[in-house]
Design a protein around this ligand. Structure first.
Ligand SMILES: [Zn+2]
Length: 213
């Protein structure tokens, strides 16, 4: 037996329609924003570029050896279809925050062909579902990244910014200068734009989950 629809159902339906209309409007402005976005610099490094730099900085694989011990929590993946950006965020067990931003990501509203990776957009909450993207390419998709741990910020972030512009939009690096009075040798004298063990762990996780190929 089908129940007669209650008033509250109608109210909820009204909200759903309203939400969808607002989402379309936001989508439009996001799209217009996206037109402007392409005037700003997109990073020139892929994950492969950055991990290769790390391999040269850290030829004994000290960081890679530690990846197994990293636990990442509170993962979130969201997309800004107009800006063609996908954001991936996690937090490590010691509360450092990881962030990888993938650039120039085309998306579709329905899965089709290679567009099979589902990404829910928490900002534009289209009630019907999500966006679908191709897996990010390890060798060619351009990325920006950040981790709040000291290794990332004081060893690599400045050079990621200087050499490849590979920070998330709006992030400012800490200048690579010794603290006053310090006679410690520079952490990264050859200026390799690598990354910390947390980011490596996040790349691993995303690969295992099918986001990266
Ligand atoms: Zn880190």
């Amino acid at each position: 037996m089908r129940l007669k629809r209650s008033m509250s159902d109608k109210v909820i339906e009204g909200f759903n329609i309203l939400e969808e209309k607002m989402a379309l409007k936001e989508n439009f402005f996001d799209w217009v924003g996206g037109l402007f976005h392409h005037a700003v610099n997109v990073p020139t490094a892929s994950l492969n570029t950055i991990v290769s730099e790390l391999d040269r900085f850290d030829p004994n694989g000290v960081r890679k050896d530690k990846v197994g011990g990293v636990i990442l929590e509170k993962s979130s993946v969201d997309i800004h279809p107009g800006k063609k950006i996908v954001n991936v965020r996690t937090e490590s067990e010691n509360k450092w925050e990881q962030f990888i931003q993938f650039f120039n990501i085309d998306s579709m509203l329905i899965p089709d062909g290679e567009y099979q990776v589902k990404i829910v957009n928490p900002i534009i909450r289209l009630s019907r579902g999500a966006y679908f993207v191709k897996p990010f390419n390890y060798n060619s998709t351009k990325v920006g990244m950040h981790c709040s741990c000291p290794d990332f910020q004081y060893t690599f972030e400045w050079w990621l910014h200087e050499k490849f512009g590979a920070l998330p939009v709006g992030y400012e690096p800490i200048p690579y200068t010794p603290s006053p009075g310090s006679n410690r040798p520079p952490r990264n004298p050859e200026h390799y734009a690598g990354c910390c063990k947390h980011i490596l762990a996040l790349i691993d996780g995303l690969s295992k989950d099918g986001y990266i190929r």
